[in-house]
Ligand binder design. Structure first.
Ligand code: DC
Length: 217
């Protein structure tokens, strides 16, 4: 059996990691999992059930019952859903409940691309290709603000920037699986890059990782 070629793409909100992951998946013919959607679904479904997202037991129960068909909801892409996701993502029980699904996705034949916060560190520490995609908070806020506007959400830029800063602190400061670059991840700073430039840079990083991986097989 051949080992799957797993690409781990981590980084903070609106860094460009989602776009980079989607492009890599398309170019290499690999399935892509946006793991943020799992946490978004848990946050939104916990709240819809009338439960408190900050209650570990309530959120863990929702995470344990989550099914893939619940990830298609457009309501998961909103600003409120991102905030709820970050809140439920601090619970160790929630993270444990979502672990098996992510690992199963990663281990499919041929490989997969997963984007998130802890893919290279916790979910797939053995991944042969790891990227940590980042950009300044201001540039990320600008991108997120434009995206939300495009989705019809009216929100002030300063509020989006405040959200991003708060989320970085919560995601990076939690005890369980905090957002951080794996020691062997390649850093990709997209602050000054267009989407095309970021995608090109990511492709080159993955090509180099793939060449090393082929040689080690
Ligand atoms: O990538 P995103 O903005 O959709 O993620 C929403 C939140 O979910 C993020 O602020 C933290 C959490 N998350 C996580 O803790 N681990 C992941 N692998 C993915 C997302």
């Amino acid at each position: 059996m051949t080992r799957p070629f797993i690409i781990a793409v981590d980084g903070p909100a609106a860094s460009g990691k989602g776009t980079v992951a989607t492009r890599l998946g398309r170019e290499l013919g690999l399935p892509v999992l946006d793991t943020g959607l799992l946490y978004r679904a848990v946050g939104v479904l916990t709240e819809r059930a009338g439960e408190d997202p900050d209650d570990p037991a309530a959120a863990t129960a929702v995470a344990s019952a989550l099914s893939p068909d619940q990830l298609d909801d457009p309501g998961l892409r909103t600003r409120a859903a991102g905030e709820l996701a970050s809140r439920v993502a601090v619970h160790a029980g929630v993270r444990a409940a979502l672990l098996a699904f992510q690992r199963t996705f990663a281990s499919q034949d041929g490989g997969a691309v997963l984007d998130g916060r802890d893919i290279g560190t916790v979910i797939c520490p053995e991944a042969p290709a790891k990227l940590y995609v980042t950009a300044t908070a201001e540039v990320r806020a600008e991108r997120r603000w434009k995206q939300l506007k495009g989705q019809g959400e009216t929100v002030a830029f300063d509020d989006v920037l405040a959200d991003i800063i708060k989320r970085d602190a919560r995601d990076g400061g939690r005890d369980t699986a905090p957002m951080q670059a794996a020691p062997d991840a390649v850093l990709l700073d997209t602050t000054e890059m267009s989407i095309e430039q970021a995608a090109d840079a990511a492709r080159r990083i993955v090509e180099a990782a793939r060449a090393l991986w082929e040689r080690s097989r």
